[in-house]
Design a protein around this ligand. Structure first.
Ligand code: DGL
Length: 273
């Protein structure tokens, strides 16, 4: 059986990549909803219907679990989808606000996400639960989703965009920057260069994949005991079985699969920052 992982686009590969390193013996379906990307600037009704269609696809493709590799889709649709598709576990990534507040040592926490995530009640409820000291601020970065989908990860335009967006914050007051959209991980090198050294970047991908592992383990559905510390990407990358889909159409074109290989290499680099 497969683990189904999806996002509006290539951002979700952040979680796919993390899952492949921790569970190299699983079979994966990765679904990028490229017909509808971006999700973060759509209405919640639109995103709800896109997510519903993707999860239906996963249930029809022999999946033992679905990982929502999109903070926006989790914020809008995870609860409704869990009620609707009770036969399959649905795990969703969320902005890592809780660990960020815990680790910020009283400094401020900047949560970067898509506009839809930032406006969803779910994020504000999460912040209310964990942010006793009122340390959390929000930053919408929809432009990064567009840059990522164009494959533009490092450029003067990316730097100028981020510099402008960050200019409204006194960054010396911050301890943590939460990457609350899976597309943002592709930009960790530029972000690192723009924020002060004491600001730590954090995202929910490792915690979410670990949660998926726990759920599969409890259901006795792990193909092999998971590699808790992770395996070497270099050693395993060509042996892991993944099928890639764009809004339901399987990618078989070799040039496109080559681009995907390049994205994994970039994510592997970003994982080390
Ligand atoms: N990557 C997604 C997220 O984590 C959504 C990006 C978008 O489609 O706007 O929120």
């Amino acid at each position: 059986m497969n683990i189904g992982i999806f996002d509006s686009g290539i951002g979700g590969m952040t979680l796919l990549h993390q899952a492949m390193v921790l569970m190299p013996h699983e079979n994966y379906i990765f679904y990028a909803d490229t017909d509808h990307v971006p999700y973060g600037t759509k209405t919640r009704e639109q995103v709800m219907s896109y997510v519903d269609a993707v999860i239906r696809f996963m249930t029809e493709h022999d999946c033992k679990a679905v990982l929502i590799a999109c903070n926006t889709a989790t914020a809008v649709a995870a609860d409704r989808m869990r009620t609707k598709y009770q036969s399959i576990p649905i795990i969703g990534i969320e902005p890592a606000v809780k660990p960020a507040v815990a680790e910020s040592e009283g400094k401020r926490v900047l949560v970067a996400a898509t506009p839809l995530t930032v406006h969803e009640k779910r994020l504000h409820k999460l912040v209310e639960r964990v942010d006793d000291g009122h340390l959390v601020d929000f930053l919408e970065l929809p432009g990064l989703v567009e840059f990522a989908e164009r494959g533009e990860f490092v450029s003067d335009r990316v730097t100028a965009y981020l510099r402008e967006k960050l200019s409204g914050y006194i960054l010396d007051r911050y301890g943590e920057l939460v990457l609350g959209c899976t597309h943002f991980n592709y930009f960790k090198d530029t972000l690192r260069a723009l924020i002060p050294p004491q600001v730590h970047m954090i995202d929910g991908s490792l915690g979410t994949v670990r949660q998926l592992m726990r759920v599969l383990d409890a259901r006795h559905e792990l193909s092999e005991p998971a590699a808790c510390g992770g395996v070497s990407w270099e050693q395993y990358k060509d042996d892991i079985c993944v099928r890639y889909f764009e809004s339901g159409r399987e990618i078989t074109d070799l040039a496109k699969l080559d681009v995907i290989r390049g994205l994994h290499e970039r994510l592997e680099e970003m994982r080390k920052i």
